[in-house]
Design a protein around this ligand. Structure first.
Ligand code: GLY
Length: 366
């Protein structure tokens, strides 16, 4: 707990003690049963996990390897937060994903600035970093903010100093590919400046591919004990104004977890999410009894309603020109991917199979 000398180990110990105290005389729990019990209920009663021991890991489409890894670790009994962080680290370290971590596309000055948040259901605690430079794995730094500070969010220079203090290696995150895409954008931005593009169009395809699909990765998981956790990590918008912070590191926007209800995380236009705190709203609606898909679509409808007030973000039929996507699990292990526009997929491992599935959507593409 923040600001108190009360570690997660203490928390788990006291929870186990509370759980054990509620056993009836002569009642035995086998190891198998134990993996299906929730030992950390606030009530102190030992109950069956709502999911009946089911494990789920869900992620954005670029997180297929993340859900695979997270499930592997959940099966080994890892904490769900460690499982999802290990999952997204694969993508943060991959230079081919130009929307996350190393190789992410830079801001307008050619500098990569990363945002990330983590949230741990059992302790209802969170950590986040924003506009962090030179550190490949902002999700790991976010976890340390949660565990080793009295704060939730560190930004910019302060976040970098904190990462340095914890021994993170600084490196140039701008890959050759990202630098070339950035330079091309700079050279084609205006006809009234002094930068000229090359004659060849070889980068046009890469640039278009990026413009067509927003990145970021979110991964949320439910373990066999019914505990939830999530992580969201991104390099944010390509060519953003230096210092711009999106929804990913904002608890309630890019990520929200309530261990009694469920977890939701997002990708897409961060500004639309920052103005609606949509992940919090998704979890809140699940708390009122809506399924993950119902809650996600209801919140997206509300975002689209609000978008009517943002004319620069609408097409000529008054529909949003942006995308916003959620990856959602509830306490029972039910899950959904939802999106504004048809055609987006999400990755989910349900304990049996890792798959890419079509997200439920509001608008069909023309
Ligand atoms: N959703 C990622 C961002 O807006 O930065």
């Amino acid at each position: 707990m923040k600001g108190q000398n009360f570690s997660r180990r203490d928390f788990l110990k006291s929870s186990v003690a509370l759980g054990a105290a509620s056993l009836l005389p002569g009642q035995l729990i086998t190891a198998k049963d134990k993996s299906r019990e929730v030992g950390a209920k606030q009530s102190g009663r030992l109950e069956k996990s709502a999911s009946g021991g089911r494990m789920v890991a869900i992620s954005s489409e670029n997180g297929f390897r993340a859900t695979e890894k997270a499930m592997e670790l959940l099966r080994q009994g890892a904490d769900p937060l460690d499982a999802v962080i290990a999952g997204v680290n694969i993508v943060e370290n991959d230079p081919e994903d130009i929307t996350v971590g190393y190789g992410g596309l830079p801001n307008e000055e050619g500098v990569v600035e990363l945002d990330a948040s983590v949230m741990h259901g059992p302790t209802h605690n969170a950590g986040a970093v924003a506009a962090l430079r030179n550190i490949k794995n902002p999700s790991k730094v976010a976890k340390l903010v949660m565990e080793r500070t009295a704060h939730v969010l560190l930004v910019g220079e302060g976040a970098l100093k904190f990462a340095r203090a914890h021994g993170f290696k600084e490196e140039n995150l701008l890959t050759e590919k990202a630098r070339r895409i950035w330079l091309r954008r700079k050279e084609t931005l205006s006809e009234n400046d002094y930068w000229y593009p090359p004659k060849s169009d070889e980068l046009e395809k890469e640039l278009q591919a990026y413009v067509a699909s927003h990145g970021t990765i979110n991964c949320c998981a439910l373990d066999a004990q019914g505990n939830l956790a999530g992580v969201t990590t991104t390099s944010g918008f390509f060519f953003k104004i230096p210092g711009r912070v999106g929804d990913s590191p904002i608890i309630g926007a890019g990520l929200y977890v309530d261990n009694n209800i469920g977890a939701a995380g997002s990708t897409g236009l961060g500004e639309a999410n920052l103005l609606t705190l949509a992940s919090f709203q998704v979890v809140n609606l699940m708390g009122q009894g809506l399924s993950p898909e119902e809650a996600g679509l209801r919140v997206l409808k509300m975002v689209v309603e609000k978008a009517r007030l943002w004319p620069h973000r609408l097409d000529d039929r008054g529909r949003p020109r942006f995308s916003l996507n959620f990856y959602i699990i509830n306490k029972k292990g039910e899950y959904a991917g939802v999106t504004i526009w048809q055609g987006r997929r999400y990755a989910v491992h349900d304990g049996v199979r890792n798959q890419l599935k079509e997200s439920a959507y509001l608008f069909k593409r023309d």
